[in-house]
Ligand binder design. Structure first.
Ligand SMILES: [Zn+2]
Length: 127
């Protein structure tokens, strides 16, 4: 059987993230945004990511869910709740403003905002 290679992986040794950024103009050398933003601390970043694989997986699932059906978000949140990580589920108390800039209520975090919040948690765990 042919082995499937993950050509999208970050090229920093041992990193579990997808490679999404490169400074190469001839292709290749793709690294994740964390390794790209701090190449001198590569080994520590990789170690921190591997210690926090649960969060890497959550962030990847949310990103994948953004381009698919909303039902996927519910599934992801079910897993988070089961794992005892309620604080990483979608926020329901984002402020909602009218055109005059007055707060008129609350709304649910968008998928994109959720992904950004999980990415920020990953960044904080790897510094
Ligand atoms: Zn990486």
């Amino acid at each position: 059987m042919e082995e499937v290679q993950d050509n999208d992986k970050c090229t920093s040794p041992g990193c579990p993230m997808h490679g999404s950024v490169t400074s190469s103009t001839s292709g290749g050398g793709w690294v994740c945004w964390l390794h790209f933003s701090n190449p001198r601390d590569s080994a520590n970043i990789t170690a921190a990511l591997r210690r926090n694989m649960w969060l890497v997986v959550y962030a990847q699932r949310v990103r994948a869910g953004i381009s698919s059906k909303k039902d996927d978000f519910t599934k992801i949140e079910t897993v988070m709740m089961r794992d005892g990580k309620k604080e990483f589920t979608r926020l329901n108390d984002k402020p909602l403003f009218n055109k005059q800039g007055e707060k008129i209520g609350t709304r649910q975090e968008t998928g994109y905002e959720w992904a950004v919040r999980l990415d920020e948690a990953l960044r904080l765990l790897s510094v």
